[in-house]
Design a protein around this ligand. Structure first.
Ligand code: DQA
Length: 148
């Protein structure tokens, strides 16, 4: 069975409670439910993971690469803007990868406008809320072979 890893970084465990005016009122469990529903019956397994710890995220990316996962969807959250180590993990995994942000990082504070991790990903979706993850899933399942 094809597997897609969905990896969420720090503070995303508090979705729905954390700054709902920016990140919405739905929880991470709601997101997982939406994505599992989206792939139901399509012969795809989702490895859905969240951690507040940089090293745990890196370990999960490496494990996905070792298992031959078909692709990664990652919201590195604040580590987007700081983590060379996460960039290296994604580049080293050499898997199709989509970086997703719930909010549009380009219309927020200046420190959010730079992503260190994006250069290790096939593409970035920012500002479309949960729909960004759905679009990333469809890209990895259907579009990745067709779009360069
Ligand atoms: C975020 C944007 C980041 O700047 C922020 O640190 C997050 C969430 C988003 O999904 O919009 O925690 O990645």
């Amino acid at each position: 069975m094809k597997e897609i890893a969905i990896i969420n970084g720090p503070n995303l465990d508090r979705l729905g409670k954390r700054e709902p005016e920016i990140y919405g009122s739905e929880s991470l469990a709601d997101l997982e439910k939406l994505l599992r529903g989206h792939v139901e019956g399509r012969g795809v397994g989702l490895d859905f993971f969240q951690s507040n710890h940089e090293g745990a995220l890196i370990d999960r990316i490496a494990a996905a690469a070792e298992r031959g996962t078909a692709g990664i969807i990652i919201n590195p959250a604040a580590f987007t803007h700081t983590s060379v180590a996460l960039y290296d993990a994604l580049a080293g995994a050499a898997l199709p990868c989509v970086e997703v942000h719930l909010s549009n990082i380009y219309r927020r504070e200046a420190f959010r406008r730079k992503s260190l991790t994006a250069a290790a990903c096939s593409g970035v979706i920012s500002g479309l809320g949960f729909f960004g993850y759905v679009a990333a899933l469809d890209y990895l399942l259907n579009g990745a072979a067709a779009v360069r």
